[in-house]
Write a protein that binds this ligand. Structure first.
Ligand SMILES: Cc1ncc(COP(=O)(O)O)c(C=O)c1O
Length: 465
């Protein structure tokens, strides 16, 4: 608990000033008058920035002392909770002794081996090797290098609206939108894209299960016939739940269908668990909801123990026992490994997966009821504490409603709930996985109140027009 939060009860008002508060507003003004950041770093709407002071115990605080229930979790990263003393202490102790170590031919540290051992215990037995990187993007790049090196083939199949990061290779494989991918496409051959099993917005306008998963069969029947022959394909790179695209949970037989194709043609199945993994879905790995044996698993975000960057590629010896240039100066730092080990222990000991699965079910049920009540909600989906709500203008056309999504997001901020939102037509709820039931339900209440207001406003506007 923060010093300025002493004496507050959980039921106290969360936001005590207009949002953003006076200190936050002044800081944002001051900083935007002397811009030092570039690219994505500058907020799209400087009028609505949470100038953060701290994050702890399921909340984030702003510089005005307002606290917000955190349904953002450091963009899906603080899986094992906001930084705990135990995790921070373990990393600090290692930092004092080791600082930065670049593991190389001549220098090793024990932490990388210990973490590898612990990570492998969470994965199927046939996955026996681990390589470390610093970001999810880098790990995806590394995984694709292994896919190509192990098969001697160049093409990789990935999915419309997948997100794998922002380097050239990761963008070419899946940076969500064609507008993002376009600048790199000329430089990056070897990527084939195909529709994901996003059933509410099926690219083929079919319905599950009568579609018999045509979106998977399309790869074999159409793409290998007209786009690239099977013997040119190294494998399939897939998110087991598409996160950035709006938390699309595919039917349970979807991944097995992809795997079957992989086995038939000698392709590798590479599962990107950067966002869906490390407990986020209520199981350690989201692919565990299906009966599949991936060849490669890409791990990121939550493995950081909510404090230090570290990511990993885990794979079979057949894939990884070869010289492939994957790694970096900062990959697998001793202190990051120490934090990751503690994060894994926290998952083992604290019932975090159970909490996530239980609250996730309650959350989804509540959101489904809201969908029945409020016509501006088109679809709700998710697994564990990995939930999305789509806003639409009309149920028939499913026209995406960006404006309502923004309005609801701002309303939630003004009332003490920080959602995960990126100027899309949907909002996401990704609290820390150790959130208490009370806090989670209170967050849902704030969300429902915002939806109610938006719904009433829309009804009035429609009546008036
Ligand atoms: C599925 C997936 N893969 C890869 C990445 C890239 O990870 P990073 O931002 O750590 O580079 C992300 C980031 O959101 C992701 O969601």
């Amino acid at each position: 608990m923060l010093a300025n939060d002493k004496g507050r009860k959980q039921t106290d008002p969360l936001v005590r000033t207009p949002f953003p508060g006076p200190k936050g507003k002044a800081l944002i003004k001051q900083l935007s008058e002397r811009p030092r950041l570039g690219g994505y770093e500058n907020p799209r709407d400087p009028g609505y920035v949470l100038m953060m002071a701290a994050q702890r115990d399921g909340y984030v605080w702003d510089v005005d002392g307002n606290r917000f229930i955190d349904f953002n979790s450091g963009w899906a990263t603080n899986n094992v909770g906001h930084p705990t003393k135990e995790i921070v202490d373990s990393a600090v102790e290692v930092l004092r002794d080791y600082g930065v170590v670049c593991s190389s031919d001549g220098i090793a540290t024990i932490h990388r081996y210990e973490l590898a051992g612990k990570l492998l215990q969470t994965l199927p037995n046939h996955i026996q090797r681990v390589a470390y990187c610093c970001t999810g993007t880098e790990a995806v790049e590394g995984a694709m290098k292994f896919m190509r090196a192990a098969t001697g083939r160049s093409n990789i199949i990935s999915f419309h609206a997948n997100y794998h990061g922002l380097s050239y290779g990761a963008m070419a494989a899946g940076p969500l939108l064609s507008s993002m991918r376009d600048p790199v496409m000329q430089a990056m051959p070897g990527h084939i894209h195909t529709p994901y099993a996003s059933c509410y917005r099926c690219a083929f306008k079919l319905e599950y299960p009568s579609c018999d998963l045509w979106c998977a069969e399309f790869i074999e029947d159409i793409l290998t016939r007209y786009t690239a022959p099977p013997e040119s394909i190294a494998g399939i790179l897939v998110e087991p739940i598409q996160g950035e695209a709006g938390i699309w949970v595919p039917p349970e037989d979807y991944l097995p269908r992809l795997e079957k194709m992989c086995r038939k043609y000698g392709w590798l199945l590479c599962i990107d668990e950067v966002e869906s993994g490390f407990g986020r879905s209520g199981k350690m790995w989201a692919f565990e909801y299906s009966d599949v044996k991936p060849d490669i698993v890409v791990i990121g975000k939550g493995i950081s123990g909510s404090i230090l960057p570290i990511t990993a590629i885990a794979a079979t010896p057949e894939v990884m026992d070869r010289e492939v240039s994957v790694g970096s100066t900062f990959g697998g730092q001793p202190a990051s490994c120490a934090a990751a080990i503690k994060a894994l222990e926290r998952i083992e000991k604290e019932g975090i997966l159970q909490n996530c699965a239980r609250l996730g079910e309650q959350g989804l049920e509540r959101l489904r009821k809201m969908k029945e009540r409020y016509p501006l909600i088109g679809d709700v989906r998710g697994r564990g504490l990995f939930l999305a709500i789509e806003f639409i203008k009309d149920h028939k056309t499913k026209e995406r409603d960006y404006e309502i999504a923004k309005e609801i997001y701002y309303d939630c901020m003004e009332n003490g709930l920080c959602l995960m939102y990126d100027s899309n037509w949907f909002a996401r709820m990704l609290p820390v996985l150790d959130i208490s039931a009370d806090l989670f339900l209170r967050g849902l209440d704030i969300f429902e109140e915002a939806v109610q207001r938006a719904d009433a406003k829309r009804r009035q506007e429609r009546k008036a027009s």
